[in-house]
Design a protein around this ligand. Structure first.
Ligand SMILES: [Zn+2]
Length: 151
């Protein structure tokens, strides 16, 4: 599966548009569905799973982790980023996010993803693996504030 994913990835330059094959896209969604099963969401009951694909073909998982002190809740996309960065990864090409209704990443997560690749592919799907939207991050977060803004 990883070999297929590697074959399916064509990255045209560090910050240019990325493309992944339909097989890789579906594999990523299935990984997000698996990650969703680990969600800890006793307050919202809105379980979210994320699967983050690196340029090298590795996948890192995330799920939402809620807390009785609501502001401390953490989204699936951000736990996936934290898992990957802890493992030394910083080059991301795509993320699949799965919820019961194929919800979009929140604004905070869009900002966090933007830190690493403003053109990564964002795939939104439901729990059955049906992809509802697919867009590059720069379209979901126009005129973003990122690392280059501080130079
Ligand atoms: Zn979020």
């Amino acid at each position: 599966m990883k070999l297929l994913m590697l074959l399916g990835i064509f990255v045209m330059g560090a910050l240019s548009m990325s493309f992944i094959s339909e097989q890789s896209r579906n594999d990523l969604v299935q990984n997000a569905i698996n990650a969703q099963k680990s969600a800890y969401a006793p307050y919202s009951n809105y379980n979210v799973g994320a699967a983050l694909l690196t340029k090298s073909g590795k996948i890192y998982f995330g799920c939402n982790v809620e807390n009785a002190a609501y502001p401390l809740c953490c989204c699936a996309e951000r736990t996936a980023i934290a898992n990957a960065v802890c493992a030394g990864e910083r080059d991301f090409v795509a993320i699949a996010v799965v919820t019961k209704n194929a919800g979009a990443p929140c604004g905070g997560c869009r900002q966090v993803l933007n830190e690493f690749n403003s053109e990564m592919l964002i795939i939104m799907a439901d729990e059955k693996g049906e992809i509802s939207h697919e867009e590059t991050l720069d379209k979901l977060l126009p005129l973003s504030f990122g690392p280059s803004s501080l130079k």
